[in-house]
Design a protein around this ligand. Structure first.
Ligand code: HEM
Length: 453
């Protein structure tokens, strides 16, 4: 552990004061993400570079003093990083989430049972709102259901910021952050890293990366596309705004209230999905458009961001109609009856959100890893493979599981005898790893509940 005193960045340049605006209570809201206008459709310009680090804890189970000390150290380390890099895409945005093994194995049962959010079933608290991830109908046999204790997600417009912060946090020995030697950020002895996953999300990046790495199908990716499959996935109207994905915000999903310990927290899902790019781009533009969105879409090839406004939402009847009469289901239409509110809804904070407002948040990014940069629990292939590190936030794992099963779409597929390639786009995806996590509020981002034991 370090003896070096924290460097007083605020006394040199107070980076926090260079920015106006409040620090969000949640970890998943991203200050400084600007909105672009794509032919009158608002699109969030998300940070360019992303990294995820997953780990098991190295501290002894049942060692309460060690856990409390770990909490203090991680808290200080994250605060030190945020004193150096602004909480903006041009600085660094960090999210910390915890897997079920952490709550089951490190937090005493009596404490976890008292504070963990519970999913509401028929209006009554049932199981914890974070569950073990499960297999969905179209998963391959080799899918890994992971059991990590913790996940860190780093985002920045500058890859170098992420690499430096990761080194300072996890690698022993002398490290520099913004030119100043630092040791007080190192917390690597607390963890055994299980994976490092990196990727990107930015205009033109998928095509450039795929072309430079000689990935088959690269030339078919539209030049301005932000993701491999060609269409924008960060529509403002397709991403839950404010605190909508939090456990407590929309009544009816969990037993959490604004006063609960896990208020401003959420369920985070992390998975890795490989994409069959060549197969996908064998389909023509109208076919891809309709499989991505819905079977009634007619936008031309120049439109990568078709409107996702509330009034474009596909609810259950229309989805059934698409299956029955058009014999084709679009990816986002398959799930919108669950990912969006089906009536005008008042949140627990008093905001009224109109019918068709999305409450599910996605922060996924593209990757060329096969499957990860580093994988302690399985092989890594040097052959680049297009894919997505999928990150999604919902008020409960139970809701996520329902949404994700709809993405496979087997019920409608069977009922209307749809071919695989007409049931969304799962025919072109292979999920290799997945896990559900609890992402606490910023206030509890360091080892939640450890202070209660
Ligand atoms: C290769 C993987 C994936 C790609 C390329 C992808 C792409 C997209 C795109 C382009 C949209 C519509 C654009 C937008 O709303 O911004 C969308 C919507 C959506 N995606 Fe995915 N997606 C992928 C995987 C997943 C997974 C694993 C889930 C998990 C359940 C998921 C859930 C959703 C939901 C719920 C919506 C609709 C949000 C709404 O409009 O209410 N997606 N996706």
């Amino acid at each position: 552990m370090s003896n070096t005193a924290a460097f007083d960045w605020a006394g040199v340049v107070n980076y926090a004061k260079r920015r106006v605006g409040e620090v969000p209570k949640t970890q998943y809201e991203l200050p400084g993400v600007n909105v672009e206008n794509h032919c009158d459709v608002p699109v969030a310009c998300v940070p360019l570079w992303h990294s995820v680090v997953t780990a098991r804890l190295s501290i002894q189970k049942g060692d309460k003093a060690a856990l409390k000390q770990a909490k203090e150290r991680l808290d200080k380390a994250l605060a030190a990083i945020e004193a150096i890099y602004p909480l903006y895409p041009d600085g660094i945005l960090i999210q910390v989430a915890y897997g079920l093994p952490y709550f089951r194995e490190f937090v005493p049962k009596v404490v976890a049972d008292k504070f963990m959010p519970r999913s509401l079933e028929n209006g009554r608290p049932g199981d914890w709102a974070i569950t073990d991830a499960i297999k969905y109908p179209k998963d391959p046999a080799h899918l890994v259901l992971e059991q990590n204790d913790i996940s860190f997600h780093f985002k920045s417009d500058y890859a170098d910021h992420i690499s430096k912060v990761m080194r300072a946090l996890f690698q022993p020995g002398p490290q520099m952050l913004n030119g100043i030697p630092t040791e007080d950020v190192y917390v690597g002895d607390l963890f055994t890293i299980t994976s490092i996953r990196r990727g990107f999300a930015g205009h033109g990046m998928p095509r450039v990366m795929a072309q430079r790495l000689g990935i088959p199908g690269a030339d078919k990716i539209p030049p301005g596309a932000m993701l491999f499959m060609g269409f924008t996935s960060s529509h403002v109207h397709g991403l839950a705004q404010g605190t909508l994905p939090s456990f407590e915000t929309i009544p009816g999903y969990t037993d959490q209230t604004p006063d609960s310990y896990f208020a401003n927290g959420t369920m985070m899902h992390l998975s890795h999905i490989a994409i069959d790019l060549e197969g996908w781009y064998k389909i023509d533009h109208p076919g891809r458009l309709q499989r991505m969105f819905h079977a009634r879409r007619t936008e031309g090839e120049d439109i990568l961001s078709p409107s996702q406004a509330p009034d474009t939402t596909t609810f259950k009847d229309e989805l059934e109609d698409d299956a029955k009469n058009r014999k084709l289901l679009g990816h986002n239409a398959q799930m919108q009856f669950l990912s969006r509110v089906d009536k005008d809804t008042t949140t627990v904070y008093g905001d009224v959100i109109p019918k068709g407002t999305v409450i599910f948040l996605r922060q996924d990014f593209d990757t060329v890893e096969n499957p990860f940069e580093f994988n302690a629990e399985g092989p890594v292939s040097p052959t680049p493979k297009p894919g997505v590190h999928f990150i999604g936030f919902a008020p409960s794992a139970q809701l996520f599981d329902k949404i994700r099963k709809e993405m496979d779409g087997v019920d409608l597929q069977k009922k209307y005898n749809l071919p695989d390639e007409n049931t969304g786009f799962t025919k072109f995806l292979v999920t290799t790893h997945r896990q559900h996590y609890l992402e606490p509020s910023r206030a509890h981002r360091s080892f939640p509940l450890a202070e209660m034991i």
